[in-house]
Design a binder for this molecule. Structure first.
Ligand code: AMP
Length: 143
């Protein structure tokens, strides 16, 4: 199974923010949208970086509340690991586990077309396991 399966379920909407926005703006956005990370983008680059709730916590722990007035570009991760709709979900799980991050933007032909979170992956795997066990039970019952 590949990322397309998740994307067709959850849709292609991605929340983005500009690099000059403040950390406070980013925090408000995460809270309002009930998400854990935003992709940092500008008109010339759809994935300049990624900023997650962990980056905000780390910024405030290191620099105090003054960090909240500083630009997102200062605290984002600039080297973003991305995937495509053809990426295997098992590989993506391994990438997230190894890299210790929970969000992976989906990029194709230089365009940002979606984002997968660890929550999306877990939801997909649980549904897959449930359907496998249902099929096995049906098979045993009719054998
Ligand atoms: P997360 O677990 O996604 O909240 O992110 C944990 C840390 O990894 C934060 O410093 C993020 O900026 C960073 N991060 C999140 N997603 C990615 C990604 N796809 N590629 C690289 N770094 C990431």
């Amino acid at each position: 199974m590949n990322v397309e399966h998740i994307l067709s379920e959850k849709g292609r909407q991605v929340v983005t923010i500009g690099p000059e926005a403040s950390l406070m703006d980013a925090g408000r956005m995460l809270s309002e949208k009930r998400i854990g990370a935003v992709v940092v983008a500008d008109p010339g680059n759809p994935v300049l970086g990624i900023l997650s709730e962990r980056d905000i916590v780390r910024a405030v722990a290191t620099n105090g509340v003054a960090a909240l007035d500083q630009p997102v570009s200062r605290y984002m991760t600039a080297k973003v690991v991305t995937c495509t709709t053809r990426s295997a979900i098992n590989d993506l799980m391994e990438t997230m586990t190894r890299g210790k991050f929970r969000h992976v933007p989906i990029v194709e032909d230089g365009r940002l077309i979606g984002i997968v979170s660890i929550g999306d992956v877990v939801k997909f795997r649980v549904a897959e396991i449930e359907s496998e066990s249902r099929a096995l039970r049906d098979y045993i019952a009719t054998a």
